[in-house]
Ligand binder design. Structure first.
Ligand code: NAI
Length: 338
């Protein structure tokens, strides 16, 4: 029997290409994993008449860990986001998105090393919208003391466990005095339990400008769902693009590891997508499983490929295909094992 059973969701668009590359690299590390493949989203709707079929949820609940490719969500019509649905169904309340520049990659901030902790279950992402009268739509933002306290706790605990020095709450409490005001109040209440970690806050618009001008002032940043979504992509842009930004969704019932980016329909099916972001999510997954040696082996091999700089995908100015890049990392893993 395999040591770990993991739910695998290839996803849409570039998903199956980058997930296959990542699985082949993780397997080359020698870690003993059995993958349980499941579909969700548009593919599941067509096959089972349900975007989030129960067997997929059951599989993640049973295995406690999933590796997931991106899913396409129709814009302005059609089914509601399955990503949001999955996070809600499993109460994956903490979305952790490390932002760290990789070696030998052209980026605005080669020294950047920060972590976004995004609240994953509420805010405007509750999807509560209705037409009040024709031409007027109300979209409801939900912020609770429970979720705000829980995510602040996670951010401070993460900081202690990962030797981080400062947590900054990002908000718009000058305008949304009640909702973001509550988020901020919970943050500072929790911060009192962690005197060894510096706590401060910034208004989200200023934070975006500061991230571009002086990002080194940030360490761990905690924020509501919508700000977290937007600020994550901004940060990905600071380190060389969406192909390099990994993430994990963590809750009491399980953990789902996925890249920050989406299904990239503009390059899907061409075999040119950069698998680094989901591979780095896979490395986070190996650490979560306690497979530290395997995680280190994969990370070392990936770093070596970046440092040599000969095999690069198109988004990083190279001409390598997804599979070429994966094979270069696999070759390094094999070489380092000798
Ligand atoms: P996107 O993140 O898919 O793509 C934005 C741009 O970045 C595109 O030009 C794309 O080619 C490029 N890009 C993204 N990942 C890349 C990679 N690994 N390698 C090279 N280039 C990459 O965002 P977009 O186009 O706004 O959304 C497309 C679909 O993805 C939408 O349906 C959206 O809802 C969904 N989405 C899903 C997410 C998830 O499943 N977690 C997250 C974000 C978006």
């Amino acid at each position: 029997m395999a040591k770990h059973t993991i739910t695998l969701i290839p996803g849409d668009g570039i998903g199956p290409e980058i997930v296959a590359a990542t699985v082949s690299i993780i397997e080359a590390s020698g870690v003993d994993i059995e993958w349980e493949t499941h579909i969700i989203g548009a593919q599941a709707l067509e096959k089972f008449g349900d975007t989030l079929p129960e067997p997929t949820i059951e599989s993640i609940k049973r295995n406690k860990v999933a590796l997931k490719g991106p899913l396409t969500t129709p814009i302005g019509k059609g089914f509601t986001s399955v990503n949001v649905g999955l996070r809600k169904a499993l109460d994956l309340y903490a979305n952790i998105r490390p932002v760290k520049a990789l070696p030998n990659i052209e980026s605005r901030n080669p020294e950047l090393d920060l972590v976004i902790v995004r609240e994953n279950t509420e805010d405007l992402y509750a999807g509560l919208e209705h037409v009040v009268v024709p031409g007027v739509v109300e979209s409801i933002k939900i912020i609770t003391e429970k979720a705000s306290t829980r995510i602040a706790e996670y951010a401070f605990q993460y900081s202690v466990a990962n030797n981080r020095k400062k947590v900054t709450a990002i908000h718009k409490a000058n305008i949304m005095k009640l909702s973001d005001g509550l988020f901020l109040e919970c943050f500072y209440n929790v911060s009192k339990k962690y005197p060894q970690i510096e706590a401060d806050d910034k208004i989200v618009d200023n934070a975006c400008m500061q991230l571009v001008m002086r990002p080194e002032q940030f360490d761990v940043m905690v924020m509501e769902n919508l700000y977290g979504d937007i600020v994550s992509d901004l940060c990905a842009g600071l380190i060389g693009g969406l192909g390099l930004a990994p993430g994990s969704n963590i809750g009491e019932q399980g953990a789902v590891f996925e890249a920050v980016h989406g299904s990239a329909p503009d390059i899907a099916g061409q075999g040119v997508a950069n698998p680094t972001a989901i591979l780095m999510s896979g490395i986070m997954m190996l650490r979560h499983l306690g497979e530290t040696d395997a995680a280190n082996r994969v990370e070392k091999a990936m770093m070596e490929v970046f440092i040599e700089g000969e095999v690069r995908t198109k988004d990083l100015g190279g001409s390598a295909k997804t599979a070429d890049f994966a094979n270069a990392i696999i070759d390094k893993i094999k070489l380092n094992n000798r």
